[in-house]
Design a binder for this molecule. Structure first.
Ligand code: F6R
Ligand code: MG
Ligand code: MG
Length: 376
């Protein structure tokens, strides 16, 4: 019988601004999931990345299951109660609706779920990013699943020779899920043309074309599309199955050595490089830089091994140094040009009011018979 992996994550409050959740908050979430999830789940694991708490669950109830979603929602409510008691910043901030309505999608928390028939060995990776949005995974997924410069398996492994099918979501469309499916390698230029626009087009999932098997699923929620205003960056999660007919673990990890500039960091309004960090890492420089963690698992009949912290390896120390240098370099130009996001992506409306006020003070200059005059 098929196994489902569900990861549901939310920012429900953190210490020192947006740094990380408290131990007591995490204990409350853990206690809820362990108690109420005992019959529902096969296995689970709670972790955090920056200020976001992720509940990773395995079960046999399929994707979008109301009871599994309710479990996560209620666990976040339990954590929020502690966050309020402790005076944590942004207590319950990602729980955007008052009452649970059967599925946490569209209610604030980010969700990534996949259902599949388990292989005899089932390695997979769980990524969580903070201080950025779902477009941050566009480039790493493109490189891992479509570029032989990154992934030699596309040339070497017969099971990967047919390539992969990308489902890309238009996250600006709020009346429902607007999706397009594109095949790599034939559709590479079309895939690239969409994925370059990280604020609008986001990889939702990837399937192997040979077997039709699900390979990767990312969360696609945009909090401001739910709340109608900015409520923080969307801080995405991603599940990737690896090895055999999928890219190898190293091929999926390699793109993160780039430290690509993504939307996020201070006040969710800047371009900053994405830093690979160890599990359960907090946030620091300039409310960033945006971070990504990766826990590698093996699974048998839904039972998880202990996680292996993929970015804790010494290799990534050098990458982190390079990303820190890139972050500092970008910050040297302050608000100027590429350092900040376009108006449409800024997390604050104050600047809009400023611009509106200034707009009224503009005057159009007209020239009349060689003389310069100003109109009102
Ligand atoms: C994401 C995150 C940021 C903040 C943003 C605004 O985890 O914390 O996107 O939402 O920096 O924060 P404040 O509350 O300081 O205005
Ligand atoms: Mg936050
Ligand atoms: Mg966050």
């Amino acid at each position: 019988m098929a196994i489902t992996i569900s990861v549901i994550k939310a920012d429900i409050g953190s210490i020192g601004g947006h740094i990380c959740p408290s131990e007591r908050l995490l204990d409350a979430v853990r206690a809820h999931v362990a108690g109420k999830g005992a019959k529902l789940l096969i296995d689970h694991r709670i972790s955090y990345t920056g200020d976001d708490v992720a509940i990773l669950m395995t079960h046999r109830r399929g994707t979008g299951d109301a009871e599994v979603h309710r479990l996560a929602w209620d666990a976040f409510l339990a954590g929020t109660a502690v966050a309020k008691q402790q005076g944590l910043y942004g207590a319950g901030q990602d729980l955007l609706k008052d009452a649970f309505s059967g599925n946490v999608r569209g209610m604030g928390p980010a969700v990534a779920e996949m259902e599949f028939d388990e292989r005899p060995n089932e390695p997979f990776l769980f990524f969580a990013a903070d201080k950025t949005d779902p477009g941050a995974f566009n480039l790493p997924l493109y490189l891992a699943f479509a570029d032989p410069m990154n992934t030699p398996g596309l040339m070497l492994a017969p099971a990967m020779a047919k390539g992969f099918r990308f489902a890309v979501m238009d996250v600006n469309h709020t009346q429902g899920d607007r999706l397009i499916e594109l095949d790599a390698p034939e559709g590479l230029y079309e895939i690239a043309a969409l994925l370059r626009d990280t604020e609008r087009y986001v990889v939702e999932s990837i399937r192997s074309r040979a077997a039709g098997e699900i390979a990767a699923v990312a969360s696609t929620s945009r909090l401001h599309n739910i709340a109608g205003k900015y409520t923080g960056k969307d801080d995405p999660v991603l599940l990737v199955r690896v090895q055999s007919s999928f890219p190898a673990t190293g091929e999926v990890l390699a793109p993160y050595a780039l430290g690509a500039y993504v939307a996020g960091g201070m006040r969710g309004s800047h371009n900053m490089p994405l830093m690979p960090v160890a599990q359960d890492s907090g946030i620091s420089y300039f409310d960033g830089p945006p971070v990504v963690s990766c826990a590698a698992f093996a699974m048998h009949e839904g039972r998880l091994t202990e996680p292996v912290d993929a970015f804790a390896h010494p290799f990534w120390n050098r990458v982190r140094d390079q990303v820190a240098a890139k972050a500092i370099e970008m910050r040297r130009q302050g608000f100027f040009g590429a350092a900040m996001l376009p108006m449409s992506e800024l997390e604050y409306t104050g600047i809009m009011e400023k611009l509106k006020m200034l707009d009224g003070r503009f005057r159009v200059r007209v020239e009349k018979a060689g003389k310069v005059a100003e109109t009102v």
